[in-house]
Design a protein. Structure first.
Length: 352
């Protein structure tokens, strides 16, 4: 099976460049997420792929088939591409079964197909006769996906389909959607402003900023090895510090930390993710401390601690106040304000 290829695609509205020249490959059966702030061009990109908009320039192809070459495009209904939007957009006057079978070919065994599609999105068969307003938000989104799957698309576009759902539901609906698409062997592009959602959904994440991709890669690469500080802080909480690079390590206020220094020697800026910093309670600065990889752990003092339920937001002052670290620790057993702790860093520091 071949896949979606986007090359140099751009789209302007008046003097606003919504998409500024984007390249992307989506392998068949894979999951891509495009994550960016509101107004960064996510929906425009999806609408270009779907065929609701024509690019000003660039090529969109699926396998050998050119879907768009500049403003010359193949219409949306001939692309074999499904789309689910934020509100699902179900037909309010049709019941669930009618909504789903709206996407089916004439002559298909509609009853059996609807039953199979309801099962694929993990909805109970008894919901088939309900109208959309009789369903929860999460159920509506799953019906919208079933309706889009009914047409057997080769690619599914998901435009913030979970953002109207509350946090607890969002994750479970996202898992159902990912599973249904995987079982059907359908590739997808999810666009979202939620970093955790993008990182957990996709095997390829593209960070979009002002209509351009800042970085594209596997989620772990983007999270642990962002190209810029801007991308680092966009994707999650980050500790950004000055360090001194040597061969394969950096020295900083948190000790000597392994790092891919790429031949750099001298002052550098590095990033650590807060969860790399392990906090050990210690009765006093003089006591035996846990041992870091360089043979020592770094002492610090807890200056703030805020209970947040499962977690505690803890601030640790290091080096006589030269540096303050904002960390999240499990609230059970979290150190109190004034406690002396020892910090040990795990993993590598990322050198910009
Ligand atoms: P996102 O989905 O990331 O929030 P959009 O793709 O909707 O971003 O919008 C990107 C930019 O393009 C925004 O500045 C938006 O105002 C503009 N835009 C999108 N669609 C249109 C349109 N049909 N007409 C004019 N401007 C538009
Ligand atoms: Mg949008």
């Amino acid at each position: 099976m071949s896949d979606l290829r986007i090359r140099g695609v751009s789209k302007r509205f008046g003097h606003v460049t919504a998409v500024g020249g984007v390249d992307l490959d989506v392998p068949a059966g894979s999951r891509t997420a495009v994550v960016g702030a509101s107004g960064s061009g996510k929906s425009t990109l999806l609408r270009l792929v779907a065929g609701f908009e024509a690019p000003d320039a660039g090529i969109i192809a699926y396998g050998d088939e050119v879907l768009a070459k500049g403003p010359r495009i193949i219409p949306a209904h001939k692309r074999g591409i499904g789309i689910v939007s934020q509100d699902g957009a179900l037909f309010p006057h049709l019941d669930v079964a009618e909504n789903i079978s709206f996407g089916l070919d004439k002559g298909a065994d509609k009853k059996a197909s609807v039953a199979a599609l309801l099962e694929a999105v993990e909805l109970e068969q008894r919901l088939a006769t309900r109208r959309p307003h009789e369903l929860s938000g999460g159920q509506q989104q799953r019906v919208a996906l079933a309706r889009a799957l009914a047409r057997r698309p080769r690619l599914m576009l998901l435009d913030e389909p979970f953002s109207a759902l509350d946090a607890s539901l969002r994750q479970s609906v996202r898992e159902v959607v990912a599973h249904a698409l995987q079982s059907a062997g359908v590739a997808s592009i999810l666009v979202t402003h939620d970093q955790a959602e993008a990182l957990s959904y996709a095997d390829q994440v593209a960070v979009i900023r002002d209509g351009l991709f800042a970085q594209v890669g596997p989620p772990r690469d983007l999270y642990l090895r962002p190209l810029t500080k801007e991308t680092a802080v966009f994707l999650g909480r980050a500790i950004l510090i000055l360090a001194y690079a040597g061969p394969g390590y950096v020295d900083c206020a948190l000790g000597r930390i392994p790092a891919a220094t790429r031949g750099k020697v001298g002052p550098v800026e590095v990033m650590l993710r807060p969860e790399q910093v392990m906090v050990h309670a210690s009765p006093s600065l003089e006591s035996t401390s846990p041992v870091g990889r360089d043979g020592r752990a770094v002492p610090g003092v807890v200056t703030e601690s805020r209970f947040e339920g499962a977690d505690c937001a803890v601030t640790v002052s290091v080096g006589d106040g030269a540096m303050s670290l904002a960390l999240k620790l499990p609230s059970f057993g979290a150190p109190e304000v004034g406690s002396v702790v020892h910090l040990v860093v795990g993993g590598e520091a990322h050198v910009f």
